[in-house]
Design a protein around this ligand. Structure first.
Ligand code: IPE
Ligand code: IPE
Ligand code: MG
Length: 247
């Protein structure tokens, strides 16, 4: 797909982000703006997921990590949770063939044990079906909370130390990073949050240490590949210093 924005991204002298993380927010407000029940917003948000994936493929982003359902979201009304879980299964059923064809490898990150068996089966099926995808790693965070992820890493380390397989002096940053769900991926270079909210909401607290932050007022269901490319272009204009001095 040829598009002026995409060409600008490709021609820009600065590197593109290798890993983009997205807090997909604003589905409820999108629905409210149309006097529709909240689940309609979540449904509309599914096409934005497709847009983000296609935009990432076109821009040759290697890793796309989407925040779809947080640990805290379990506190929402049962009907909304039910609708979200149904949509998850619908997404998997609808998109599986295309994701395989596009070379997208999907992984679900989070406390998947909390999912109902039917959702868990669907999630496992998609991960298995896309196993050989090598173009884009698509991580979908579900039942995910960063503090829980870090707590889990601490517990795993404690178990290894207690079992005598590890010495406390070996507990370093790398040892922690290797016990996070994202162990095999580089940290996100760019975090996008839609719907204008200026917070992290317990997402990738460790991994976002040096991510560039990009907040757009666009509500998630209205998000298109062009919005993704705009965010990438803005990222390319940033000066990442990592605490050092640039001349
Ligand atoms: C994001 O949209 C989707 C999930 C958190 C599951 P919201 O449902 O949070 O939408 P708003 O923030 O209420 O508009
Ligand atoms: C963050 O959005 C979680 C997801 C996008 C899945 P929320 O809408 O749940 O976050 P808060 O409540 O605005 O912090
Ligand atoms: Mg929200």
């Amino acid at each position: 797909m040829s598009d002026e924005l995409l060409r600008q991204v490709q021609r820009h002298g600065s590197p593109r982000p290798v890993h983009i993380a997205v807090i997909m927010d604003g589905n409820g407000r999108w629905a409210r703006g149309r006097a529709l029940p909240r689940p309609f917003g979540h449904k509309a948000g599914m096409s934005a997921v497709r847009e983000a994936v296609e935009g990432a493929l076109a821009a040759e982003v290697e890793v796309l990590t989407l925040f779809a359902f947080s640990q805290e979201n379990w506190q929402r009304p049962a009907e909304e949770i039910g609708a979200l879980m149904e949509l998850l299964q619908e997404y998997i059923l609808k998109e599986m063939a295309e994701l395989v064809e596009q070379g997208v490898r999907v992984r679900f990150l989070g406390d998947l044990d909390r999912l109902a068996p039917s959702s868990r089966d669907a999630v496992d099926r998609l991960m298995k079906a896309t196993e050989s995808g090598g173009k884009l790693a698509l991580n979908i965070c579900i039942s995910y909370g960063a503090r829980a992820e870090l707590t889990r890493a601490a517990r795993l380390l404690a178990e290894e130390v207690a079992a005598g397989r590890m010495h406390p002096s070996e507990v370093d940053e790398d040892a922690i990073a290797r016990r996070l769900y994202t162990a095999q991926f580089p940290d996100p270079d760019l975090l996008i949050r839609t719907s204008g909210e200026l917070r992290i909401s317990n997402f990738l607290l460790w991994q976002l240490a040096y991510a560039e932050l990009y907040v757009t007022p666009v509500l998630w269901p209205d998000f298109t590949r062009r919005h993704l490319w705009e965010a990438i272009l803005e990222y390319q204009r940033r000066d990442r210093r990592f605490g050092k001095v640039t001349v």
